[in-house]
Design a protein around this ligand. Structure first.
Ligand code: GTP
Ligand code: MG
Length: 200
């Protein structure tokens, strides 16, 4: 995130009475770090390292010409979503070799936004399976990359074998408004399933 944030964004408003830890997950290169950079009101913490030759054959860079770095531990940002609710947003690493770190990230998380890329839908199976196994509620957002095929959301739901109740939306992880919209979809879902209580 390039902008220099003013101090009013650094301190939580006094009206905030509730906070929630949320994960942003998804396969390698789905746009997790980008989305957290778009939504965070504090300078996000990133743990990115250059993608090296050691990644050849492991990291599929198809369709990601500008991608030179990958998250090796986690991303962290914060977003006050309403006068009462602040989200602490943790991004997971996209590669299986960093999976041991996931245990720390899962702890205390109320839910997850899982990003998918239509150019590699099948890569999402593993991440979706992990959240289903854990029983951690999640919403799914299609990160609409330029030039990626567009499908109706109900076709994507079918392809990903998502239950009807799972919220499925589309976003552009580079856009603050669009990314916030996806986070709100997750939070609405958490309210609906009483993972989050309405507090004032
Ligand atoms: N065109 C377009 N590019 C995007 C979008 N979201 C992310 N990117 C680009 O796609 C690449 C991957 O984005 P990242 O945010 O690093 O993805 P990630 O999921 O954090 O990747 P890992 O941590 O390596 O798993 C970067 O070069 C981004 O600039 C998007 O919505 N549209
Ligand atoms: Mg990342």
């Amino acid at each position: 995130m390039d902008s220099v944030l003013s101090s009013e964004h650094v301190y939580l408003p006094r009206t905030v009475t509730r906070s929630a830890k949320i994960l942003v997950a998804g396969h390698f290169g789905a746009g997790k770090t980008t989305l957290i950079g778009s939504v965070s009101e504090i300078t996000p913490l990133r743990t990115e390292e250059p993608i090296t030759e050691a990644s050849v054959g492991i990291d599929d860079l198809k369709g990601l010409p500008g991608k030179t770095e990958t998250t090796v531990a986690f991303d962290f940002g914060r977003r006050t979503l309403s006068p009462h609710l602040a989200l602490y947003v943790f991004g997971t690493p996209g590669q299986n070799r960093f999976a041991p770190f996931w245990e720390h990230l899962f702890r205390g998380a109320l839910g997850a936004l899982i990003l998918v890329d239509t150019r590699r839908l099948e890569d999402s199976d593993e991440v979706l399976g992990l959240f289903e196994e854990r029983g951690l509620p999640f919403a799914v957002a299609v990160n609409e990359f330029d030039g990626a095929p567009r499908y109706p959301l109900d076709e994507i739901r079918q392809a990903l074998a998502l239950e009807d109740e799972v919220v499925l939306t589309a976003c552009d992880a580079r856009s603050e408004a669009s990314s916030i919209h996806a986070l709100i979809a997750l939070v609405d879902y958490l309210y609906r399933f009483r993972r989050l209580e309405h507090l004032t």
